[in-house]
Design a protein around this ligand. Structure first.
Ligand code: SF4
Length: 283
């Protein structure tokens, strides 16, 4: 049996279709991932995306009952079985930090998204996990207008869940360059507002150098103005998760991307904090 490490983010470590265990640097313990995109399909193509063989598209039809059973099986193994022994986890990591809907593509493209939330809620209830771990949805937020997504988000909020909503740029050119999507910043703002009013929402931003250069001053200013407007309009954002380039991109642009110096990330952090927002930096 192999030992999970912080770099082992294999989706099939436990041989399950939708559910996978990860020792997460992000959460400092065991994170249980829920992957609704076993087909590696996303409606975006971010240049830093770590999904291998990423294709454009949507999540396939999934089986919420199977997902619930897989989650129940893994939770049982972790909480009542010998999972931690088998994977030789150090004592300080023998804890489930979170269940994250985060897979090989955009999870909200799953047409049964609300049923998925229900399945996760059911499994958590059986193991009495509410309040004991975090429930996180990682999304690009672009499909938030769909009724099943909004129903799912409202339920996610009731379960105590939160959303990490991707905003890498606040210009049309930046969104095209970084996320390979044709989307206007006002549309991103609209989606973000819908999301934040349904469920506690963090903005997740990846900040990196492209062809050796950090984002242009105009890009950075547009991003800060975007955040400032959210603040002015009292859109209830929890804060900003500011990421560097932690792991290698699996996209063709990979050789053109590089991490920014920590000082640069800290400078951005201070600028965001100056707007009155909390920042969690993950260099
Ligand atoms: S939204 Fe997520 S899954 Fe989709 S391309 Fe971007 S990083 Fe990859």
């Amino acid at each position: 049996m192999s030992k999970l490490t912080t770099t082992d983010h294999s989706r099939d470590s436990a041989g399950l279709a939708y559910v996978y265990p990860v020792i997460s640097r992000r959460s400092g313990g065991l994170s249980i991932g829920v992957n609704l995109n076993p087909n590696n399909a996303c409606n975006w193509r971010c240049v830093y995306c770590q999904v291998p063989n990423l294709v454009r598209g949507a999540a396939p039809e999934i089986n919420p009952e199977q997902l619930e059973n897989e989650l129940r099986h893994l939770l049982n193994d972790v909480l009542r079985g010998d999972f931690f022994e088998r994977y030789q986890l150090p004592a300080d990591q023998r804890i489930i930090r979170d269940i994250a809907i985060s897979g090989n593509g955009e999870p909200t493209s799953c047409r049964q998204f609300d049923a998925v939330v229900g399945a996760i809620g059911q499994a958590c209830a059986e193991f009495d996990l509410f309040g004991a771990l975090k429930l996180v949805l990682i999304t690009n937020g672009s499909l938030i207008s769909r009724p099943e997504v909004q129903r799912g988000l409202a339920h996610w909020s009731e379960l105590g869940g939160e959303v990490w909503f991707k905003v890498d740029s606040a210009t049309e050119a930046g969104l095209r360059r970084v996320n390979n999507v044709k989307l206007s910043p006002p549309a991103v703002k609209r989606h973000l507002e819908i999301c934040a009013r349904l469920c506690p929402t963090w903005i997740q931003t990846c900040f990196f150098a492209y062809d050796g250069a950090p984002p242009a001053e105009t890009e950075q200013q547009a991003y800060l103005d975007f955040l400032a407007e959210l603040q002015q309009r009292e859109i209830p954002i929890e804060g900003v998760l500011l990421y560097g380039l932690a792991r290698p991109s699996m996209q063709v642009e990979a050789p053109r991307l590089s991490a920014l110096p920590l000082a640069r990330l800290n400078q951005m952090r201070r600028q965001i904090e100056a707007l009155g927002l909390k920042v969690r930096l993950n260099p």
